[in-house]
Write a protein that binds this ligand. Structure first.
Ligand SMILES: Nc1ncnc2c1ncn2[C@@H]1O[C@H](COP(=O)(O)OP(=O)(O)OP(=O)(O)O)[C@@H](O)[C@H]1O
Ligand SMILES: [Mg+2]
Length: 333
């Protein structure tokens, strides 16, 4: 069994809006193991990004983390983990970048427009490492080169707007990696990129993972990407994780009808040219309305009336997968 590095337990992040409360993240449980890659998948709006931001407490009003634990384990196998949700602000600033670095879905939102790429990377490194500016700059150049930015000696002095979208995304990744975090959280790091660049970046992440023993939490709506890089997969639906297990099991023998529908909707390799398969039937319900019982029941092919619409499934272990579905276990009324 792999050792856990990060355990998220019953995380709840709600948006308190005038018209009501949007429970964007509502009971998320997931585990990232040391040195491994967890892919977090699910349809748009299911709470993947809010979960990622909540781990580092980077949510702003009207969002509020209303419950749960984010347990970060230390380097030694012994010792209790620390709950980042209970940590002091000062401690959290140390954890960001040094232990957990994050690549956001929108690189422009997280890079400063008025500073060069190099200055931003140098600052991130020096925030938690006692190295000179010159040393930090050398490392910035090194990592810009490693993420495939041509002519890094010159590019280090570019401003974000001088770079293409793909180069900006690489610069963000270089910034995260140059801090040598124990965990990299990457939110759709390759979605905006063309297929070739996407493949390069994914390869790079895997190389660096091997080199540094870094764990990766990769958020993606692309099950093909998950299949390519993940050791474990967590499937989210409406603010919770409904299925969690080894990637090979979840992506080839999924238990939850939602995951089964997601997997069916991916055109198989070698079947290109065929009609696109249907996506999951129906659509994600509006944010204020959470279905009773199992949140997926209105869209589920295996719906059992009087059961799935009334009983909230609890996660149970089935083979090597944890799944929240009444086909496999009991729930709570
Ligand atoms: N600023 C906001 N104000 C109100 N609600 C929000 C806000 N941002 C997110 N939400 C709510 O949180 C839910 C989850 O959003 P989140 O961005 O985590 O989804 P996601 O899984 O990352 O989707 P995508 O795949 O499109 O990136 C959304 O459905 C939305 O209802
Ligand atoms: Mg998102």
């Amino acid at each position: 069994m792999a050792m856990p590095l990060l355990e998220v337990r019953d995380l709840r992040t709600h948006f308190e809006l005038e018209d009501g409360v949007v429970k964007a993240v509502d009971g998320v449980d997931l585990t990232v193991s040391r040195g491994r890659t967890l892919a977090v998948v699910g349809e748009s709006g299911c709470g993947k990004s809010v979960t990622a931001r909540s781990i580092l407490r980077l949510v702003e009003r009207p969002a509020r983390i209303v419950g749960g634990e984010v347990l970060l384990y230390g380097d030694e196998s012994a010792g209790d983990p620390e709950d980042l949700l209970a940590a002091k602000d000062r401690r959290l600033r140390q954890v960001r970048w040094a232990d957990i670095a994050m690549v956001f879905q929108e690189p422009m939102a997280s890079l400063s427009l008025v500073h060069t790429i190099g200055d931003q990377i140098v600052e991130a490194i020096r925030l938690h490492e006692n190295v000179s500016k010159a040393v930090a700059r050398e490392r910035a150049i090194e990592f810009l080169g490693r993420v495939g930015i041509p002519d890094p000696n010159r590019r280090v002095d570019s401003y974000p707007f001088e770079l293409s979208g793909g180069m900006r995304q690489r610069a963000m990744i270089a910034m995260a990696l140059s801090c040598r975090p124990r965990l990299l959280i990457a939110d759709e790091p390759t979605t905006a990129l063309d297929v070739t660049t996407q493949a390069q970046i994914l390869d790079l992440l895997q190389d660096l993972q091997e080199e540094f023993g870094m764990a990766i939490m990769l958020i993606t709506h692309d099950l093909g990407v998950a299949a390519q890089v993940a050791d474990e997969v967590a499937v989210m639906y409406l603010g919770e994780v409904v299925e969690h297990g080894p990637a090979t099991s979840v992506l080839t023998k999924p238990k939850h009808p939602y995951t089964q529908a997601l997997v069916r909707s991916v055109p198989r390799l070698g079947q290109r040219g065929q009609d696109r398969l249907a996506a999951v039937r129906g659509s994600v319900p509006p944010p204020y309305e959470r279905p009773s019982g199992c949140r997926f029941h209105p869209r589920c092919d295996a719906f059992m009336a009087g059961k799935c619409d009334e009983i909230v499934p609890v996660r149970v272990r089935t083979d090597d997968i944890d799944v929240a579905c009444l086909l496999y276990g009991e729930g709570e009324r």
